[in-house]
Design a protein around this ligand. Structure first.
Ligand code: CTP
Length: 396
């Protein structure tokens, strides 16, 4: 659950495209994160999917008609006024044309004209339609009006054509919603560098030395810092996670790459949060041919990698993680001092519900003033909020 969506009123407009089914997933994700979702469907959308589907997920009435009894002719004004953000997903070529020309002939277009909230439009249509000059002109008009266009993505379309026109994935749309809602947050104007994932140290063209880091903690930190208005650079080793939107992504492979990328990203940064699991050693010799398996033993010589957190210097808040299997606080305090950190987030990675790959974590936060804060088992998002709270506290 992410705080930014909790109790926010989101108006979701659904127009008639086969991609309507993705709007159901989007509704579900919004509701799971605490948003109050009012769905308005066009007549064409109702041909693809029923209002009952949305109503079952949003647990609220779904509106389809400007003239619904009980809803009346001021419903669109009230809905337009009370919403924190409006999104049309999927938006057909017809819907985009109507918006671009200010038409108000149904409940959705009328409500969009009546709202002062930010509007996101996520187009979905066949590729040839999308590239038609009239559609492009209409989309440009919306952009000029300050409407945010998300997607469409390139891929296989319902017609079988491979082109641009696929509705953006619900997690991408959700990311844009979160980023827009968070613009004025308590980290506004701050630049935060986050590292994530486990670095990969190549042995030969096929094999690597790495670790079990999933990147979940670092990605949660990057996304929540963005939700709170920060400018975020995410220096990430390979992970299986979706790429966060509205975050600058710097992909890296090895510890040496990460070191260079972090140094570069730190210019004018307010904080560095090193959530990455940096490989401490790399193979001394990188074989440019695949090593053959025709021997009983293979000895690899390893060389120490640079300690990124221990070497970077500057006028920014330095936050480290300590992944431990024993003597948690003693080891973490040692790292806090040796790496000259503002605070360190320590966790026992072999505890159940904690550490690599898990969606939750149980951490102890130790700071340089000597305070120790042992948190209960929380989601990685909730831990990210706590870490960012502490950064805000130090900045203030
Ligand atoms: N770290 C780093 N560069 C390294 C190794 C670690 O910047 N070469 C960072 C990690 O991202 C983390 C902190 O230092 O924020 C502590 O990492 P950890 O692996 O727990 O500690 P190490 O210093 O590597 O000590 P050890 O492996 O002996 O526990």
């Amino acid at each position: 659950m992410t705080m930014i969506l909790n109790n926010k009123r989101i108006l979701l407009g659904v127009s008639g495209s086969i991609a309507c089914y993705k709007a159901l997933d989007l509704t579900s994700k919004l509701v799971q994160n605490g948003a109050i979702v009012d769905v308005i469907m066009t007549e064409a959308a109702c041909k693809f999917i029923t209002p009952l589907s949305f109503q079952s997920i949003s647990r609220r009435p779904v509106f389809t008609n400007l003239w619904d009894s009980g809803h009346g002719d001021i419903g669109h004004i009230e809905m337009g006024n009370s919403t924190d953000l409006a999104i049309i997903a999927p938006a057909t070529a017809n819907m985009i044309a109507k918006l671009a020309h200010g038409l108000a002939d149904d409940l959705l277009t009328t409500t969009i004209l009546a709202t002062k909230a930010k509007v996101i439009v996520a187009p979905a249509m066949d590729g040839n339609m999308y590239y038609h000059p009239l559609v492009q002109e209409n989309i440009n008009k919306l952009v000029k009006m300050g409407i945010i266009i998300v997607g469409p993505n390139e891929g296989r379309l319902a017609s079988g054509l491979i082109s641009k026109g696929r509705l953006s994935e619900p997690y991408e749309i959700l990311g844009h919603i979160r980023a827009i809602l968070g613009k004025g947050g308590d980290l506004k104007g701050k630049k935060i560098v986050v590292t994530a994932g486990g670095t990969q140290e190549p042995i030969d063209p096929v094999r690597i030395i790495s670790n079990h880091s999933s990147g979940k903690m670092g990605y949660a930190l990057a996304e929540i810092a963005r939700d709170r208005g920060a400018e975020v650079i995410l220096v990430t080793a390979a992970t299986a996670l979706p790429i966060p939107v509205s975050v600058e992504i710097v992909p890296v492979k090895t510890a040496a790459d990460m070191h260079i990328a972090v140094e570069k990203s730190l210019e004018n940064a307010d904080a560095l949060i090193m959530a990455a699991a940096v490989a401490d050693f790399r193979p001394t010799i990188l074989s440019n041919q695949k090593l053959k398996s025709d021997k009983q033993n293979l000895n690899l010589s390893l060389t120490k990698n640079p300690d990124i957190l221990g070497t970077v210097k500057g006028n920014f808040i330095k936050v480290g993680f300590a992944a431990e299997t024993q003597s948690l606080e003693t080891n973490a305090r040692k790292k806090l001092l040796e790496k000259d950190l503002d605070f360190i987030v320590a966790n026992n990675i072999i505890e159940i519900g904690s550490g690599f790959g898990s969606d939750t974590n149980r951490v102890v936060i130790l700071d340089k003033k000597g305070s120790i804060n042992a948190l209960p088992t929380l989601s990685k998002q909730e831990i990210a909020e706590q870490i960012l709270d502490k950064i805000v506290e130090i900045i203030q």
